[in-house]
Design a binder for this molecule. Structure first.
Ligand code: PGA
Length: 253
C-alpha cells in the first residue's frame, strides 16, 4: 500500500506577520516547480492562520493548527481554539500531543486522546505526537512509553481513529537539539508503532502515515525517508528556513 507522504512544518511560537509572508512566498514558489508526490503542510501560530491561508491560495500546500481545544462546540473556555474554528480558517490538519504541550502545559495521555477525537469530529486529521525522553530511552523504556501514548488513543477512540490520523514519532531528545535519531533508531520505533496498530487492524496499520520528527534537516532527510516505515517528517527549526524546508520536501517527493 502506498501511504501518504507528508512534510509538516511546525513553526511553534516563531515569526512575525512579515517574516511569515516571506517564508510562505518562498515555499509556494519552490513547491510549484518541484512536481512532488508529497504534501507540504504548514502549521503557523493560530493568529497567522487566516493570513497564511490567503497567501496559500492556488498552491498545493496544506494548512494546519499546532494544537486545539479538547472541548467541542462553543463555550466559556478562555484562550482555547476549537477544531471547528481551525476548519473555519482553512485547516485540514492539527498537531496533537506535541512533547512541548505534554511537558510544558501538562497534557496527559487522556487529554491528548480527547484532542484526537475532538479533531476528528471537526473534520481535521490529527497528527498524534509520541516519543520518549532521553532518560526514558536510556532506561530502556522507549517501547513502553510510546506504547502507552498510542494505547491511550486506542482505548478512548478505538483503532478506527488511526484510519483518519497521522502519527509523528518525535524522540524528545532529538527535538531542537541537532541530535537526530539515526534512520535505524527511528525505523525501529516506527515499525513498533505500526505493529501495535496492526495487532488490532492490519489494513489500518498498512495505510497509516508515520512521520519522524526531531532535528530533521536537508542533509539527513533523504536517509530517514528511505526507511520502510518513515512516511515523512514533522519539522520544527528547519521549517522556518525556506531553502532547508524545500530540500526536506524534495527528499520525500
Ligand atoms: P525540530 O522540532 O525539527 O526543531 O527538532 C521538531 C518538532 O518539535 O516538531
Amino acid at each position: 500500500m502506498t501511504r501518504k507522504k507528508l512534510i509538516a512544518g511546525n513553526w511553534k511560537m516563531n515569526g512575525s506577520l512579515r517574516e511569515s509572508r516571506e517564508l510562505v512566498a518562498a515555499l509556494t514558489a519552490g513547491v510549484s516547480t518541484s512536481g512532488a508526490n508529497a504534501t507540504m503542510l504548514l502549521c503557523p501560530p493560530f493568529v497567522y492562520l487566516p493570513a497564511v491561508r490567503d497567501w496559500l491560495q492556488g498552491s498545493s500546500i496544506a494548512l494546519g493548527g499546532q494544537d486545539l481545544a479538547d472541548k467541542e462546540g462553543v463555550g466559556a473556555y478562555t484562550g482555547e481554539v476549537s477544531g471547528a474554528m481551525l476548519r473555519d480558517v482553512g485547516c485540514s490538519y492539527v498537531i496533537v500531543g506535541h512533547s512541548e504541550r505534554r511537558a510544558l502545559y501538562g497534557e496527559t495521555d487522556a487529554v491528548v486522546a480527547a484532542k484526537v477525537q475532538a479533531a476528528q469530529r471537526a473534520g481535521l486529521t490529527p497528527i498524534l505526537c509520541v516519543g520518549e525522553t532521553l532518560e526514558q530511552r536510556e532506561a530502556g523504556q522507549t517501547r513502553s512509553v510510546v506504547s502507552a501514548q498510542v494505547a491511550a488513543v486506542v482505548e478512548a477512540a478505538g483503532v478506527r481513529a488511526f484510519a483518519e490520523a497521522v502519527v509523528a514519532y518525535e524522540p524528545v531528545w532529538a527535538i531542537g537539539t541537532g541530535r537526530t535519531a539515526t534512520p535505524e533508531q527511528a525505523q525501529e520505533v516506527h515499525a513498533f508503532i505500526r505493529g501495535m496498530v496492526a495487532a488490532r487492524d492490519a489494513t489500518i496499520a498498512a495505510g497509516l502515515s508515520i512521520l519522524y520528527g526531531g532535528s530533521v534537516k536537508g542533509a539527513n532527510a533523504r536517509n530517514l525517508f528511505a526507511m520502510g516505515d518513515i512516511d515523512g517528517g514533522l519539522v520544527g527549526g528547519a521549517s522556518l528556513v525556506a531553502a532547508e524546508f524545500l530540500e526536506i520536501f524534495r527528499a520525500a517527493a
